[in-house]
Design a protein around this ligand. Structure first.
Ligand code: PMP
Length: 392
């Protein structure tokens, strides 16, 4: 993939000193292409008005734009428009299911989940069971099969781990969940930017993701949910736009997805979300997946010969590589790399139970995007070599 030209689409990839910025923290949030920035700017400028309420032309046009964005996002994951609830992000999408699902019982999570796929279930009063991992850092579906019982009403797994880059065999997870009568929620935050996703082919019941990891704006994400399941769920937040009729004697609610979108929605962000889907599909998700897998392999190959390196996660990780270099604290490594215009993530990556499992307080993580290149890896490796010299 010609990443040089792709980099030119992203104004954020230039450092404060005007030099290239080797941004290797795309799993935290992706840089934005000019096409998305322009779409957001138009929506916030010349096209701006509220949606769903105005009787004037601009509002009617914006309503069409907002609902077209919903169709676009639905198509991006192979769903129907009435199955897409716009949320503040993946976190809110998972909270929505955890709170609004009528049959709160036992949920099976895994050891590698992001906190946003752990804490909502705890807060909403579910009984949480934890599926272990295989030796190479995948969710152990043989163990899941042995653990699942008819008491489980939900299974909620990351489609791709934000720390290890391991990809779930989602179809098998769906089969196992459905075999005991449970639903499968996939946390698709890290999968949606990195590979083709088709919710029907995956056979899942809910799919949660965030626009900002998909080259779109912050402040918006989506919950895709099977229409019959959304219809069985009661609202979890009340306010304008989610009602049918309000009276002090009793209020009735709009059908999904509006039922779950209380208040003025993130109109501008929805338009930007759709523009991001267009941009990514213009490149092609198969091509992005191959590109990121090649980069992950290349980084592993560059690090492996260092005698003090620990690589976490499977060989075939999807564009995300976590590692440790000897006794160098990941934060110190991150600070030295920053001096070299290289940005990595250092910390627990909002996955403390996974850190406990790995036996470390933190890892260093390099994560790629469609704009990442071998140059970025070379700069990272040079920076790591410098850190090793400094720390002896
Ligand atoms: N799940 C995973 C796997 C993630 O990587 C993240 C973001 N780091 C989230 C959930 C939460 O996403 P957001 O903060 O956009 O709601």
């Amino acid at each position: 993939m010609p990443t040089t030209s792709r980099k030119a689409d992203f104004p954020g990839l230039v450092g404060r000193d005007g030099q290239p910025w080797h941004y290797l923290d795309t799993a935290a949030t992706a840089q934005k292409p000019q096409a998305v920035i322009d779409a957001v700017s138009r929506a916030m400028g010349t096209d701006y008005a509220t949606v769903h309420r105005g009787v004037y032309g601009r509002s009617a046009e914006m309503t069409l734009g907002y609902e077209a964005a919903r169709r676009r996002v639905a198509a991006f994951v192979g769903g129907r428009e009435e199955e897409i609830v716009f949320t503040r992000g993946a976190t809110e999408a998972i909270n929505l299911v955890a709170y609004a699902w009528p049959d709160k019982g036992r949920v099976l999570l895994s050891q590698l989940e992001h906190h946003s796929n752990i804490v909502p279930w705890q807060l909403a009063g579910w009984q949480v069971d934890v599926c272990p991992l295989t030796g190479d850092g995948r969710i152990d579906l043989d163990a899941a099969e042995a653990m699942l019982t008819p008491e489980h009403t939900m299974v909620a797994f990351a489609h791709v781990s934000n720390v290890l880059g391991s990809t779930l065999d989602a179809r098998r997870a769906a089969y196992l969940a459905h075999a005991v009568g449970a639903k499968l929620l996939l946390d698709g935050c890290q999968a949606v930017p990195r590979m083709p996703v088709d919710v029907a082919a995956l056979d899942c019941d809910f799919y949660a993701f965030s626009a900002h990891k998909l080259y779109g704006p912050t402040g918006i994400g989506a919950l895709w949910g099977r229409a019959d399941l959304l219809a069985a769920m009661t609202p979890w937040q009340g306010g304008g736009a989610m009602i049918d009729r309000v009276a002090f004697t009793g209020t009735t609610y709009a059908p999904p997805p509006q039922r779950f979108e209380a208040g003025t929605p993130a109109i501008v962000e929805a338009i930007g979300f759709a523009a991001a889907c267009d941009y990514v599909d213009g490149i092609g998700r198969e091509a992005i997946a191959r590109h990121e897998a090649d980069l992950a392999r290349s980084l592993r190959e560059a690090l492996q010969p260092m005698n003090d390196v620990t690589l976490f996660g499977p060989e075939d990780s999807a564009g995300i590589v976590s590692f440790a270099i000897g006794d160098i604290h990941p934060h110190d490594l991150g600070t030295i790399l920053d001096e070299e215009n290289v940005a990595i993530r250092a910390g627990h990556h909002c996955a403390q139970p996974l850190m406990d499992h790995l036996g470390v307080p933190a890892t260093a993580r390099a994560s790629f995007g469609l704009y990442s290149s071998q140059d970025d890896i070379d700069a990272l490796v040079r920076g790591i070599e410098r850190a090793r010299r400094i720390f002896g």
